[in-house]
Write a protein that binds this ligand. Sequence first.
Ligand SMILES: [Zn+2]
Length: 477
Amino acid sequence: MNEILNNFDKISKIPRKSHSEEKIRDYMYDWAKERGIYVEKDDYRNIFMRKSASKGYENYPAIALQAHTDMVCEKADGVVHNFAEDAIKYYIDGDIVSTRGTTTLGGDNGLGVSAIMAIFEDNTLEHPEIEAILTSSEEEDFYGAENFDVSKLNCKYLINLDHCNENEILCASAGGVVFTAYKNIDFVDVGEMYVPYEIKISGLKGGHSGEDIHRGRGNSSILLFRFLNYISDLDFYLNSVKGGSYRLAIPRDSKVVVMLNKDQYSTLLEKLNEFNILISEEFQKYKGKIKIEVDSIEIEDKKCMSKEIFSNILDYILVSPVDVQIMSNVFENMVDCSCNLGEIYIEDSKIILISDIRASFNSQKEFILEKLKKLTKAFGLEYEVWGDYFNWKFKSDSKLRELVKKVYAEKGIENVKELSVHAGLECGFFINKKPELDVVSIGPNSWNFHSPKEAFSIKSTNTFYNCLVEILKQAKF
Ligand SMILES: [Zn+2]
């Protein structure tokens, strides 16, 4: 067993679901104490360790290694596993470590934690002072990173060990914020001449609201409201709406119930056919799959949104910023700024519309927020802004990134790419609190994070560890 796998085996026995990291925190604390390693724990289930510089490195600046202790806890259908108690059972098949599809593996980010343990255990290595930051609840809400006290850090350089590809060096990530627009609704009675119909759209692919936003998969709510606009000459009222199911996913399914003037059903069907043809032309790749359908439906509560309010909501949706807003001028095919209208629903006599904004720069995030605020004002809605997290801005002159590239090349890793991600990383929190930090994020080849199919390569893990040791050795900044 290599250095990382040995420690991975130990921590695989310790439950570490997000927001329940007490056991892994205590384990790491005791593990460090037993080995005479300087260690602290804080009130946010973070662990901090420090290792002095080796001989001859005393005058070089400290470097931090960072990983998160929590893991996503997902299991396949029918698998019996208690994530609060049970060890993760993993298998080694040739080069691949996995749970054979039963539960998440916790390589994300157990491999980062294990690498840090291996480096702290080995007293033969050469390096400047090393600081280790093991954070909690990265997978939920960055709780640990958000609350970590950076004033104790001596480091000028930080290596985050949470990436999943040895050919990539991450050097920027998006920040984000959530914008909830809402409006109180007075429901009105509509007469006997109106009949309920469900109009729904299906067949879209959906995906991650950041990483898939540039793939042209379409937003089911936008398409459905485009259709409602297409039939705006018809006499109908909106009874209910359910667009998307989670703000961080691109909406795949959306539906509304309308009360339609019963004389206009055949016109509705004609318009529906026309619109479905338009959609299938726009979505060549998904031809025949994406479809709007109308069904007659029985409902108990036939009260509807007034036409005036519906018109405001429809206009707000039609002009809302959706999908990619700004492309990067540094990284090819990389999104800088996007907005996902992820959820639309009615609750407690309020219509609620939730947009998830991501941006590489705070100024872009503010720009989209400004647009949305102006739109809510123009169409008579109110809003709330919440769930702010920080971006990690690309640094054109990074000594650490140059060193990582040099060592990767020396170790025979080819085609190394510098990359930005259109999603949030813990690095953003550290940079925000300590802007002078020089940061990269790296990691060994791993697949299917957050899924029972999660796996990693032993060979790549070895290469990664050797690189990390060499980076520390050459970190004479
Ligand atoms: Zn992770």
